[in-house]
Write a protein that binds this ligand. Structure first.
Ligand code: NAP
Length: 299
């Protein structure tokens, strides 16, 4: 694989494969996967983005997260190209737009995603966020797709605690496999109630924007003295500390997006960092856990 040392790659892979999250059906996936938002937007970056995803697969970051929304299907096509001939090595996640999540549209939306991805099934299909379609109807559509074998499991995204309660109260709502929400050291509102809710219900979280995507919060993470001192302690980069924090328990799957191979490697390496209780206290002081309910952060 490219110019990377194969011994180093297999060492990183074996460490990542030891850090797994168990889904409700017993399936395990490594706690660091790969996001794809904003991929396939610049033709000059396409070849590197494909190589980056393939390097990630090589490193064991088998969860690949995409959506019909990303680049109006272009990200799914790019993923399809990257996974060609290696479908069995990946755990493929895509998402349906809320306005496609009714019984009249969900099957077609899923079929279109499958076509773009060049596959005949998804490992996980998520409702991207809540819209006007009644949840019962979306769940019915998801269950139908599951019975037909088009998807192996389904889940939701951007659901706060009250949404999860509602989901739990409807027929088959408890078949949900995961909730994908924004979660990073600089945005830890879910630590107050949503994450405890998930733990009580044994339902993993998929953490999006685990590297704070960019912007001012990212800068805060990069320049924070506590993060910096831990980066020095472990001889890694500050963002690797941020990622190690997100996956510090065994029930969160982080899906950082990296269009560059070097970034993919760093993200996979972060799985080897085991923060100690003292490290975590230090980070808690710098980025305190909320003391009251904070509405779910989303982008
Ligand atoms: P993110 O993963 O927090 O950050 C991505 C940015 O960080 C990119 O600019 C990337 O640059 C850079 N990066 C990656 N690894 C790095 C490293 N080791 N060092 C320095 N920079 C690094 O943000 P995100 O894309 O918003 O979130 C991740 C994924 O979550 C998305 O791609 C998407 O699949 C999913 N998501 C879902 C929702 C939802 O509503 N469900 C919303 C947002 C995101 P390069 O690309 O240049 O490497």
């Amino acid at each position: 694989m490219g110019h990377w040392d194969s011994e180093k790659l297999s060492e990183i892979r074996s460490r990542l494969e030891k850090r797994v999250v168990t889904l409700p059906d017993g399936t395990t996936v490594p706690c660091v996967g790969q996001g794809t938002w904003h991929m396939a937007e610049n033709p000059r970056e396409r070849a590197e983005e494909i190589k980056a995803l393939q390097l990630g697969i090589e490193l064991g970051m088998k969860v690949i997260d995409t959506a019909e929304m990303y680049g109006h299907g272009a990200a799914e096509r790019l993923v399809g190209e990257a996974i060609k001939g290696r479908r069995d090595e990946v755990f493929l996640v895509s998402k349906v737009y809320p306005h496609h999540s009714g019984l009249d549209k969900i099957a077609t939306a899923c079929e279109n995603s499958l076509k773009r991805l060049g596959t005949d099934y998804l490992d996980l299909y998520l409702l991207h966020w809540r819209g006007r379609v009644p949840l019962e109807e979306t769940v019915e559509g998801m269950e139908k797709l599951r019975k037909e074998g088009k998807i192996l499991r389904w889940g939701v995204s951007n659901f706060d605690t009250d949404d999860m309660e509602e989901l739990w109260s409807i027929p088959d709502g408890r078949n949900c496999a995961v909730n994908q929400v924004l979660y990073h050291l600089g945005s830890r509102g879910i630590d107050f109630d949503l994450l405890p809710w998930h733990r009580a219900h044994r339902l993993p979280i998929m953490a999006y924007s685990p590297l704070a995507q960019g912007g001012s919060l990212r800068k805060q993470l990069l320049t924070d003295p506590a993060v910096q001192s831990l980066a020095e302690k472990y001889r890694v980069k500050p963002l690797q500390i941020a990622l190690a924090w997100t996956i510090r328990t065994n029930d969160v799957i982080a899906i950082p997006k990296a269009g560059r191979q070097q970034h993919v490697l760093e993200n996979a390496e972060a799985a080897a960092i085991e923060l100690t209780p003292e490290d975590l206290e230090k980070l808690d002081r710098a980025f305190p856990k909320p003391r009251k309910k904070v509405p779910l952060d989303m982008i």
